[in-house]
Design a protein. Structure first.
Length: 331
């Protein structure tokens, strides 16, 4: 009986803790953000030499953990998600959502590599652990030990601008892998934050099963003109398919798009190009993705109808969760 009561009490504490988590924070003046450096900034980028620690067995992409010259630990991912995750995480950060420091490293060497499984195809042990085209993401205890899971129908997020804006972001970036295991509540500086922890399935064609792609500008561009089907009684109808597609498309109002575009609408072409180059995009990819991404932003701007002032934006809300949002640190 005592064990049952303790378990019940622990469950109540956990539920109360998750209910106090937040989804969004004001990123500050969006037009002044450094999208080349991303959420970690250029100064915190990984520094060689890299020392091998272990191979990561989970997931679908080859991954290893390394320690850099500063002693910082990184999860290094290879494969088709590398560039997409770098770019999408920068846009999510600019919009005010959780993103870990993530960097593209074009080439390098990992010292002390032992026997490998999947990663043997991308790390050349015979050439001093040489690798190419890698995503370095900060190995953060927040992800290693999440406080719990959440879902897109979370009761205390229902009807909020922040959740609707997050769903618009999934559509904008064509992220089709918003599955339950990628939705975690993480600890950030003592606060609990709702997060999508994997942005790799972005910047291609969104689909639930067949035809989907990642970092595929041809399909991303092809799908761009039909991104928005129209507005029905104040609700935006998006042409989006993916995991939890019905839930993602549901109940997004014109005012939600206006709210999000108060942030993303201020991104300059120079910032978008800088984010693409920092993600490893080739010059052709910068031109292609930059044009398609700007076109998508313009479609959202048209739906928003008019540019609202910051003051007007804060009054046109359904239920913004501002009381629990941690404020950015002041210099």
């Amino acid at each position: 009986m005592k064990r049952t009561l303790c378990s019940a009490a622990l469950s109540l504490v956990l539920v109360a803790s998750l209910n106090s988590a937040t989804l969004w924070r004001d990123p500050g003046p969006v037009e002044s953000l450094d999208l080349a450096g991303g959420p970690g900034g250029k100064a915190k980028a990984p520094q060689a030499p890299f020392i091998f620690m272990s191979e990561v067995k989970g997931g679908t992409a080859p991954k290893v953990t390394v320690r850099d010259a500063r002693g910082t630990e990184w999860i290094v991912k290879f494969g088709e998600e590398v560039k997409a995750e770098n770019f999408a995480s920068r846009i999510a950060w600019a919009a005010g959502y959780f993103a870990l420091p993530t960097y593209f490293v074009a080439e390098g060497q990992i010292q002390g590599v032992t026997e490998l499984g999947r990663a043997a195809s991308v790390i050349d042990r015979s050439n001093n652990g040489a690798f190419r085209n890698a995503r370095f993401q900060l190995k953060d205890p927040a992800l290693a030990n999440p406080a719990g899971k959440w879902n897109l129908s979370e009761s205390n997020l229902k009807g909020s601008r922040e959740l609707a804006g997050y769903k618009v972001l999934f559509v904008l970036l064509s992220n089709w892998d918003v599955k339950p295991e990628n939705l975690s509540v993480v600890n950030v500086g003592g606060d609990q934050v709702y997060a999508l922890t994997d942005w790799g399935a972005s910047m291609g064609r969104s689909a639930e099963l067949t035809g989907r792609s990642k970092w595929d500008c041809k399909l991303y561009s092809t799908d761009t003109p039909s991104l928005i089907e129209g507005v029905d009684n104040g609700f935006v109808v998006f042409n989006y398919q993916g995991k939890q597609g019905i839930e993602i498309r549901k109940a997004i109002q014109v005012e939600d798009v206006q709210w999000l575009m108060q942030r993303l609408g201020k991104l300059s072409d120079a910032q978008i190009d800088a984010a693409l180059r920092a993600s490893g995009a080739t010059p052709d990819e910068v031109a292609c993705f930059g044009k398609a991404f700007r076109s998508r932003l313009n479609q959202l701007r048209m739906v928003a109808g008019q540019k609202l002032s910051d003051d007007a934006a804060t009054t046109r809300t359904r239920r913004e969760i501002r009381t629990t949002v941690p404020k950015p640190a002041q210099d």
